[in-house]
Design a protein around this ligand. Structure first.
Ligand SMILES: [Zn+2]
Ligand SMILES: [Zn+2]
Length: 132
């Protein structure tokens, strides 16, 4: 914990609140690099180390959750988004949120298997990258 006597540099405070804002308004999960790119559009001198530290703190505080996919850099999204799944564009490598879920997924499990959770990722090309 930081003591109240420890003054944090103002610039860092501004960067941290801008990083929170980036995730608050993001419409899809972001890697640290993507969050940094969005941040630099607003605060051109913001460093990526601040993004790493702020994201780690937000995860520790429960505000962000990691979105992990095999072989991919970890992305992060707000923890308060309702149950949903993801679409990964294989052309631009962005990951998008899908709304809704699939009925009957639990029925795939064999008898006496207890399903606790599931995640579904669709792969393909997004509207930007697919054929016009
Ligand atoms: Zn795409
Ligand atoms: Zn689901």
């Amino acid at each position: 914990m930081y003591g109240s006597s420890r003054a944090l540099p103002r610039r860092n405070t501004r960067q941290r609140s801008a990083i929170r804002d980036v995730f608050e308004h993001a419409e899809r999960p972001l890697t640290v690099e993507e969050a940094h790119a969005a941040l630099v559009a607003r605060l051109p001198r913001a460093g990526i180390a601040t993004v790493y530290r702020t994201v780690a703190a937000m995860v520790a505080q429960g505000g962000l959750v990691p979105v992990e996919m095999p072989g991919e850099p970890v992305r992060y999204e707000r923890a308060d988004i309702a149950h949903h799944h993801h679409f990964r564009c294989e052309a631009c490598r962005r990951v998008f949120d899908l709304s809704g879920c699939i009925e009957g997924l639990r029925a795939l499990a064999p008898p006496r298997f207890r399903v606790r959770d599931h995640s579904v990722t669709l792969y393909g090309t997004c509207a930007n990258c697919g054929p016009a």
